[in-house]
Design a protein around this ligand. Structure first.
Ligand code: CA
Length: 253
């Protein structure tokens, strides 16, 4: 990175990247859908680059990495999942936000996509309004993550009525202390650290017990039920995303 690029990057980090400086890459082979995405993103002020295939997308990323990728899974040649895997392996693109597009009802694809490292998904057909909201949320979350990395690691999550303190291993809901098991605490910490982000059961297991743990999906479900009960009326903040996994409800939802 040249010095001037570095300075610009730092300045952006402070101020938050304006929409007009954000480039969204659309990797989609269907021309109509590509046009629809480009039109709506453009209208919102994003710069848009389109690729008809994963191979073309990879070439474009090498020239100019975007701020976010909207990625169709069903592509000619390399499919979207493989593309996503490659992005995650490369340190340059490992943290690039990826929103995958899947055919409606393909829950297995969604789960595999998220396990592969996609940040969020949209089932086709989708409304442009919802798509733009997801893009905006992902870019915002990406920025928060970058800011968090540069500062000290926070040991306290404060979200809605909940205060989660990882030093004290303590959760308070509206001032009231809630006793959680170590696993329940880790689950809540994971979900609440990224409100709005969907985690698959496998991602939850890996984050808590490690990649090779012999923990079943079903045991995650059981622990979520207990966690919700202990959180009382705020238990509903831990949402089930049917067929996919769990997420912590974003403020304002
Ligand atoms: Ca396609």
């Amino acid at each position: 990175m040249s010095q001037s690029t570095e300075i610009t990057a730092k300045a952006r980090k402070r101020e938050g990247t304006p929409v007009g400086d954000c480039t969204v890459m659309v990797v989609e082979d269907e021309p109509d859908l590509q046009d629809l995405l480009r039109y709506n993103l453009n209208r919102q002020g994003y710069k848009v680059v389109c690729a008809d295939s994963a191979e073309q997308g990879l070439k474009q990323i090498q020239r100019q990495p975007p701020n976010l990728i909207v990625l169709d899974l069903m592509l000619p040649g390399m499919d979207g999942l493989e593309f996503c895997r490659l992005l995650r392996k490369d340190p340059q693109t490992a943290n690039l936000p990826v929103l995958i597009l899947t055919a409606k009802g393909e829950e297995a694809d969604i789960v595999t996509g998220l396990d592969t490292g996609a940040d969020d998904y949209l089932a086709k057909p989708f409304s442009p309004r919802v798509m733009l909201a997801r893009v905006k949320a992902l870019l915002r979350r990406g920025q928060t993550a970058t800011e968090g990395d540069s500062g000290s690691q926070s040991n306290l999550i404060s979200v809605k009525a909940m205060a989660i303190d990882s030093d004290k291993h303590e959760v308070r809901v509206a001032g009231r202390r809630v006793d959680l098991t170590a696993t329940e605490f880790k689950m809540l910490w994971l979900l609440a650290s990224k409100p709005g982000r969907v985690f698959t059961r496998q991602q939850i297991i890996t984050a808590i017990h490690g990649q090779y743990a012999a923990v079943t999906d079903r045991s995650v479900d059981v622990q979520i039920v207990t966690l919700r009960r202990k959180l009382g009326e705020h238990g509903s903040d831990v949402e089930t995303v049917r067929g996919v996994g769990y997420r912590f409800r974003e403020s304002g939802d």
